[in-house]
Design a protein around this ligand. Structure first.
Ligand SMILES: [Zn+2]
Length: 318
């Protein structure tokens, strides 16, 4: 996959080991252990760079924020992301918080797998989980977690000890509903980590964009949105890194455009917010292969560096 990037991320070194081994043969000793993402300072790691279609051969939406070797924040947990989470070297015990943008399957499908894995880690402190409210056809964040792990009706109620207050789990999930309007609001602060959110328009699905500040670095996640309104521009103001979803090509119409922002809108938001760096993710079959067109539409509006994300790419903050 060629992706024209004016800014190259550090690809995960382990991905190239088989090729290196093939080229160099077995006569030399293996390279030193790979540096994990975010071993020093703050870094974004893309766990899932794809959309819902499995034929894109990418995990669906999921991102980690690393801080000096510790995975502090997980944003979304789409299908395939639990495997990528393990490959990244992160553990569930490291996480300070799990944030959801919305509950479409490609943003939440591996949630239960991550929680089951955590059961083997003997995590000792609560795991706060923040996400959007519900409506008639989408669960709220507390309903979503309860639908999996609630003690009476949860699909995986055999693990209800990780949610139900009276039961003896090694830790408890603490789901919270975040209900911002079109203006960003602060959601949490813990030491040098804070997060704020704004409501974004994603069809009829309650959806949030997230701004994470860690150690003075700012990473903003658009989630899925058509880009309507100025809330996302305000949330992303002066961000060190803005992760936007490249789910539709320029010229998209109908339902696709109703749910997602085309490259021109991404460029407008990145420029309006004066973000320092743009990362394009949620790449789907309809946008893969159109990187040149996407890049040129964005470049008409935004002059900063742009990168197309692949699974496990690591973006250290300078
Ligand atoms: Zn969605």
């Amino acid at each position: 996959m060629s992706s024209r990037s004016t800014s190259r991320p550090f690809s995960h070194p382990l991905r190239f080991l088989p090729l290196v081994g093939l080229l160099l043969g077995c006569a030399i000793s293996p390279p030193a252990a790979a540096q994990p993402c975010g071993a020093q300072g703050v870094a974004l790691q893309v766990l899932g760079s794809g959309g819902p279609e499995l034929q894109d051969k990418r995990a669906s939406s999921s991102y980690l924020v690393w801080d000096n070797g510790r995975a502090r924040v997980l944003v979304d947990a789409g299908g395939g992301s639990a495997l990528r989470f393990g490959e990244s070297g992160a553990t569930m015990s490291q996480l300070d918080v799990l944030l959801f943008t919305h509950f479409h399957v490609d943003h939440s499908g591996d949630f239960a797998a991550l929680i089951k894995s955590s059961w083997f880690e003997d995590r000792k402190r609560p795991l706060p989980i923040y996400g959007p409210p519900g409506n008639d056809f989408m669960p709220s964040t507390t309903e979503f977690v309860g639908d999996f792990f609630g003690e009476k009706h949860g699909a995986y109620r055999y693990l209800s000890e990780l949610l139900a207050p009276g039961e003896k789990g090694s830790y408890k999930m603490q789901p919270h509903v975040v209900t911002p309007g079109p203006t960003p609001i602060p959601v949490l602060r813990s030491g040098n980590l804070s997060a704020s959110a704004v409501r974004v328009v994603h069809g009829d699905v309650p959806a949030l964009a997230w701004r994470i500040e860690d150690g003075g670095k700012v990473i903003v996640f658009s989630g899925d949105t058509d880009g309507e309104g100025d809330g996302l521009v305000r949330l992303a103001a002066n961000a060190d890194l803005f992760v936007a979803h490249n789910a539709v090509p320029e010229g998209a119409t109908g339902v696709e455009r109703h749910l997602h922002m085309p490259p021109s809108v991404i460029g407008q938001i990145a420029e309006g917010a004066k973000v320092k760096r743009l990362v394009l993710s949620h790449r789907m079959l309809r946008t893969l292969g159109k990187e040149d067109q996407t890049q040129s539409e964005i470049a008409k509006r935004y002059s900063g560096p742009v990168a197309f994300a692949n699974d496990l790419d690591c973006f250290p903050m300078k």
